[in-house]
Design a protein around this ligand. Structure first.
Ligand code: TRH
Length: 372
């Protein structure tokens, strides 16, 4: 058992659920062995993905994580040994001064990218005016990056879940999915998760599913793709479901045959599901996101038809998406996509996970710091 460390994690919710999604997974995993305090500025977004969060408390403990509502002018406690700011979210200036006095190690957890430059920037130190030691920690898809968030025993948990089809039916029933839709899935209809941004060509996806010859049930979390009519579209049922906890979300992804996911955290979770996926990447100015998308596709083993469908799913005009996706869902294209998705999941899971790499790094750089 390695030395116990103490961590502060700062999370500022810019939009959506990815900021808190990543921080909450990180906090929960670190808290298995370490002392963790999570600062969050938006408890309402947090409560959408973690139902045990109380939105009116300044402090609360959830599992083994101490959660602070991060607001302006709050009393500032003594910093922990390691202070992680997620996505350059700027801890308060007075707190940084305290970090300098306490000798804390400061880590900026960066966004996930498969671009090749990430390997050379990962874990680089940078001297701060405050005198605090700061390092940039990059998640990534290769062993020379910080890796991906992955809990111990996740593959076993997924395998046990997938070996129990009744569990999927019960989960769908708990989410109030229509019994006719559950029966269709039990009889072999494709189960599809649709968690994307509003500009995704979702109606083209329905047409592609219709044209591919599969029956399908498409699950859409509340508030997502609000322009897409819920209900029956020929052989495809669009079923709205409520938001669920992160654990419930994982189980949904493990249960689906095709996962349309977005952002950062749900991409990683869909990779761990090992099923074909359509990534709707977070859009950035000047199409910078397409560079990120192409870098990720270049390191993926997905067949060309699937890669093209993913590019077109993200294309501003969605040109050609529907016919490509129809083909990608059929015959050898679909079978190869399924096989390669499972293989890539296993390959990525054989690499060190982000928390293991992060803790190793912190153990090396905190030997002289005070114990928690
Ligand atoms: O919600 P996202 O689009 O979030 C982000 C933010 O926009 C962020 O600013 C941006 O930088 C980043 O994307 C790239 O997508 P993401 O990252 O997949 O986060 C969604 C989280 O919500 C993830 O942790 C899974 C969780 N979730 C649940 O726990 N339950 C649910 O029912 C659903 C639908 C999602």
């Amino acid at each position: 058992m390695s030395r116990r460390l103490s961590f502060d994690i700062f999370c500022r919710v810019i939009d959506n659920f990815g900021d808190i999604g990543v921080c909450w997974r990180l906090a929960r995993q670190l808290a298995h062995h370490h002392d963790v305090r999570l600062w969050v500025d938006d408890l309402h977004s947090f409560a959408r993905i973690e139902p045990s969060v109380s939105t009116n408390l300044a402090q609360q403990t959830i599992g083994y994580v101490q959660v602070l509502h991060w607001v302006a002018h709050m009393p500032l406690p003594e910093p922990k040994q390691v202070v992680i700011e997620a996505f350059a979210c700027d801890p308060p200036a007075d707190f940084i001064q305290k970090m300098a006095q306490a000798g804390s190690l400061w880590i900026n957890l960066e966004y996930l990218s498969a671009e090749p430059w990430v390997e050379s920037f990962h874990a680089l130190p940078s001297l701060q005016v405050s005198g605090v030691r700061k390092a940039f920690f990059f998640p990534g898809f290769t062993p020379r990056t910080g890796g991906l968030l992955r809990e111990n025993g996740l593959a076993e948990e997924r395998a046990a879940w997938q070996a129990t089809p009744q569990a999927r039916a019960l989960l769908l029933r708990d989410l109030r999915v229509a019994s006719t839709a559950i029966e269709a899935v039990n009889a072999g209809a494709l189960l599809v998760m649709l968690f994307c941004y509003a500009h995704a060509p979702a109606s083209q996806l329905l047409t592609a599913l219709q044209a591919s010859g599969h029956s399908a049930v498409v699950l859409v979390p509340a508030g997502v793709c609000t322009g897409l009519a819920r209900g029956q579209h020929e052989n495809v049922t669009v079923q709205e479901i409520p938001f669920v906890s992160q654990q419930g979300f994982d189980r949904l992804l493990w249960s689906c045959d095709l996962n349309c996911i977005r952002g950062e955290d749900s991409l990683v979770r869909a990779l761990w599901a090992g099923k074909p996926l359509l990534w709707h990447i977070y859009p950035q100015d000047d199409d910078v996101h397409m560079i990120k998308l192409n870098a990720w596709l270049a390191c993926s083993p997905f067949p060309e038809m699937a890669q093209q469908a993913i590019r077109q799913w993200n294309d501003a005009n969605a040109a050609g998406f529907q016919p490509t996706m129809t083909q990608a869902l059929q015959g050898n294209h679909w079978n190869t996509w399924k096989t390669q998705s499972a293989r890539w999941s296993d390959t990525l899971a054989s690499q060190p996970d982000l928390v293991t790499s992060l803790v190793d790094f912190c153990l090396k750089h905190t030997t002289k710091a005070k114990e928690p």
